[in-house]
Write a protein that binds this ligand. Structure first.
Ligand code: BES
Ligand code: MN
Ligand code: ZN
Length: 485
């Protein structure tokens, strides 16, 4: 869906949507429409849509009022995104190909207008490529949004938002594609394509290089798979030379069967999105790189497939990680931490980061604790945690702080190795975080985001269809914008 700016609304376009604040009566509209909106209890609440019909110059037009909520609301930006998203959701598969979006009646700033357009753009993304029999009336029809009444500066502001949308869409695509399409090597290939010509530098390690480096944990997870494991780094040097980079690390398990500790069949298909952490990092990097952020930022993704096989790791196996620490694998389904521990160690050794933040669909226990409303945030540094919480509030990629500490740490001691890869029955998300913490060097600010409940949604939201939410890409971009530039 393209967004075009224009001074006068194209006459042939049949749909006109106007953004309206809560309680406002927009001027210049047919009084019958206004009455209709009132009768329908349209209040201008964020995301509320009223549609009526009016005859304009002899042609019947569909006129929509789209609520943006209260003008002074604290979360005004998110409400405006929701309004843009609601306008698009209404007409995306309506049969209409074009929409005039009037931003001139709600007293918006350029930044406000940008939020509406970002919401509109994000809500328009869908993945219908494999639905070859989709009936005509369910296909996406909306191709163009003509923006009228945009305040001064909206168009230049839009460039930044378009970069963010590009990143979020990339995350959604990576998360949506099934595991026969997105596997470690094809994940890398998709990144090579997306970042071509952007000035970002991609570093790819295959199994031979990782063996050389001693990444026994990451390689252990991948050894039951026919697909070759990969470690991918995307480097963006937009900041001052010598400035320590912000490093983001993602869990990229392109499919998680559980391995020999195999998962039950019902719902296993969900584990195609067990690469959502890596997807967030790839999309976050694409946003940062596309808007040429003035910061040094690196994304590292550990890409593996976790399969049961004659060559797979077994419960009880002891693996030696790149850090030299050893791990007793008591459950091959607790594989994400095995991938991340080597990726985190390598990232610290290679890039000497200012701080490291990892993203992972790490534990089902995280969904038990926080549901689908917040990702869990674990950190060894309060300042870093606060920055991430703030970036999450701004972008609606919400996080909630969880505890870590020595009492939890001792729950993963092993009688045969330095640690085991699972704790007991309780506090499963925290013991997973403690495992990762053992691979963070003293003095390195680190945060871990367990986003198991956030990357996929069984219902549509303000900025996504049912399915991939794009979670994490905007969080990364916002963190970089607010704290690294
Ligand atoms: N990828 C899963 C976690 C997960 C579960 C994400 C459901 C999204 C939805 C992870 O690899 C896993 O299997 N974790 C186990 C850990 C357990 C064996 C200690 C879990 O959560 O059950
Ligand atoms: Mn697992
Ligand atoms: Zn997993």
């Amino acid at each position: 869906m393209q967004i075009l700016f224009t001074d006068t609304s194209p006459a042939q376009t049949r749909v006109r949507a106007t953004i309206v604040n809560q309680g406002d009566t927009p001027e210049g509209l047919d009084p019958v429409l206004i009455e209709g909106a009132e009768a329908s209890r349209f209040k201008g609440n964020a995301g509320q849509v009223f549609e009526g019909f009016a005859s304009v110059d002899g042609a019947t037009k569909r006129i929509a009022l789209v609520g943006a909520g209260e003008k002074g609301a604290d979360d005004r930006r998110l409400k405006l995104e929701r309004a843009g998203g609601a306008a698009v959701a209404k007409y995306l598969r309506s049969g209409e190909g074009e929409l005039v979006l009037d931003l001139g009646k709600a007293g918006l700033s350029a930044e406000d207008a940008g939020a509406v357009l970002l919401g509109a753009k994000l809500r328009s993304w869908a993945h219908d490529e494999y639905r070859t029999k989709l009936s005509a009336d369910k296909k996406i029809s909306l191709k163009t949004v003509h923006v009228v009444g945009a305040p001064e500066g909206t168009e230049s502001d839009w460039e930044r938002n378009a970069a963010i949308a590009r990143g979020v869409e990339f995350t959604k695509k990576l998360v949506t594609e099934p595991a026969n399409i997105v596997y470690p090597e094809s994940f890398v290939a998709l990144c090579q394509e997306a970042f071509a010509g952007t000035g970002a530098e991609l570093v790819v390690l295959g199994e031979a290089e990782m063996t050389e480096l001693g990444m026994g944990a990451l390689l252990g997870v991948g050894q039951g798979s026919r697909r070759e494991s990969q470690l991918l780094a995307i480097r963006w040097n937009g900041g001052k030379e010598g400035d320590k980079p912000s490093v983001f690390v993602g869990k990229g398990v392109t499919f998680d069967t559980g391995g020999i500790s195999i998962k039950p069949a019902p719902g296993m298909e969900d584990m195609k999105w067990d690469m959502g952490g890596a997807g967030a990092v790839a999309g976050g990097m694409l946003a940062v790189v596309s808007r040429k952020a003035k910061a040094n930022v690196i994304g590292v993704m550990g890409l593996v497939e976790n399969m049961p096989d004659g060559n797979a790791i077994r419960p009880g196996d002891v693996l030696t990680t790149m850090s030299g620490q050893t791990v007793e694998v008591l459950n091959t389904d607790a594989e994400g931490r095995l991938v991340l521990c080597d990726a985190l160690h390598w990232a610290q050794e290679t890039f000497d980061p200012a701080q490291v933040v990892d993203f992972a669909t790490l534990t089902g226990a995280m969904i038990v604790a926080l549901g689908n409303e917040h990702g869990g945030l674990f950190a060894n540094d309060d300042a870093l945690a606060d920055k991430l919480l703030a970036a999450g509030k701004t972008t609606d990629d919400k996080l909630w702080r969880m505890p870590i500490g020595p009492a939890y740490d001792k729950l993963i001691n092993s009688p045969i190795a330095d640690m085991k890869n699972i704790g007991g029955r309780w506090a499963g998300s925290i013991t997973a975080a403690q495992f990762l913490h053992r691979f963070i060097k003293k003095g390195t600010p680190w945060a871990h985001c367990d986003i198991a409940g956030m990357v996929w949604s069984d219902k549509p939201g303000a900025t996504h269809e049912k399915g991939a939410t794009g979670y994490g890409a905007r969080l990364i971009d916002q963190f970089v914008a607010d704290y690294a530039e």
